[in-house]
Unconditional design. Sequence first.
Length: 167
Amino acid sequence: MITYPFPRVFDRSRYSEMYLMGSVTEAQVQENIVGLLSMFKVDVVAIDAGGRRQRGRMMGAAAKAGVDLSKVPSGKSWYSIPPGFPDLEATLAPRGVALYIEVKAPAWTNADKKIVRAAGSPSRDQLDFLMSKHQRGAEVIIAWSADDVLSIRALLEANLRALSKVR
């Protein structure tokens, strides 16, 4: 069994009941993280690793144009995003350390504090990708809230200081 040097399992005790009752989606968590990182002047990029948005737009346009996509072969090209690539990627000043964040939705609870939807969990491909980057010196995080990213607050503050000096 592989031991990961970063939290990879949702720990309900780390989140308030109000947060868990908020039915927070993965998209909302990602938006909150991007907002937090922008406060620290982190140049974060959201990655649509699955290409869902692009595929959806292309499929919609093709259907509108009357193209039958069932006859189009599917295949990956050499420039596709590798399996397990996380949702957010950034570089932290002043040393240029890479930051990879896999975003997951937290568990949802009801008023009785019962879980009504389980928290998102990383896939094996996602864990392998993050581990590979961690072994190369990158910071990696699996985040169920923006607060999870504050685990690297010292690096975020160093980024802000370094970029505040640049004019």
